[in-house]
Design a protein around this ligand. Sequence first.
Ligand code: DGY
Length: 324
Amino acid sequence: MKRKILAYNFEFSETLDQLRDRFDVEIFKAINPKTDPHFLQALKQAEGIVGLALPVDKELLDSAPNLKIVSNNSTGFNNLSIDEMTKRGVMGTNTPGVLEDTTADAIFGILLAAARRIPELDQFVKSGNWKHYLTRKEYAIDVHHKTLGIIGMGKIGSLIAKRAHFGFDMNILYHNRTRNHEAEEKYHAVNCSLERVLEESDFVCLMTPLTPETENLIGEREFQLMKKSAIFVNGSRGRTVDEKALIEAIKNKEIHGAALDVYQIEPLKVEHPLLQFPNVVTTPHIGSSTFETELKMAKLAVENLVAGLNGERPRNLINPEVLN
Ligand code: DGY
């Protein structure tokens, strides 16, 4: 019998075709992994899972006694209960190193879109309201030469700083667990407290991974510390922000606007209160979603999966202690 692999929300499933002579590959898309009977049945035999944002918790692991590896098709791995996986000897992998520039482009893009009101003014043209020269009502705000505050100066944060420094002559403040000497030297980024980033930045860009320490990192107090003219950008994970506090901050004009690529619950429902504000730009978690980058990620995720199933150490192993 062939060993079973499950692909979950895995867009380039053709990258698995090369494996079909050795493995029994089952594809699952847009299912509820907690209740889908076919998925739950397949899980019993599955040795490997590759895919995006599958919640791999105790319950799923209990239903997957043969599982050896979960290959996440993303850099973020907050969907994986790593401790539970390690306890059971299940490897977890991710796809860093291929999506950072693409994600930095997207996040800088939504920052620009919010500042220059691009989606709103696109609608202004398309809905036939462009009947006069622009008045103050349609004016936007500048990005160049302003101060960008980056919370979470990892690889993507650093590439956002690069764009801001070289492309837009921005001043850069950052807050990170550890100092990023490269960003300080190359992009003149200044390391400072979270409070200083919030108080002095024209654009506050959140790029931290979601961990117990960063959950709800930005809430009521933090929005109150921001300038009234600030634009808040979230390119991390939805749960790093208290969404209710964000809605209040926008409603009460405590900040000027927001650009969001991630949400507490995704996909975002059309009735979500955040969607009522013209000064909130919303994109559907597009960070890494270009054809080129998604294909590279899919290939890397498959490479990690195969290495794990072949008893080798996958290139992007998150929990190396599992090998002990
Ligand atoms: C990542 O890789 O973590 C991106 O956010 C896509 O999920």
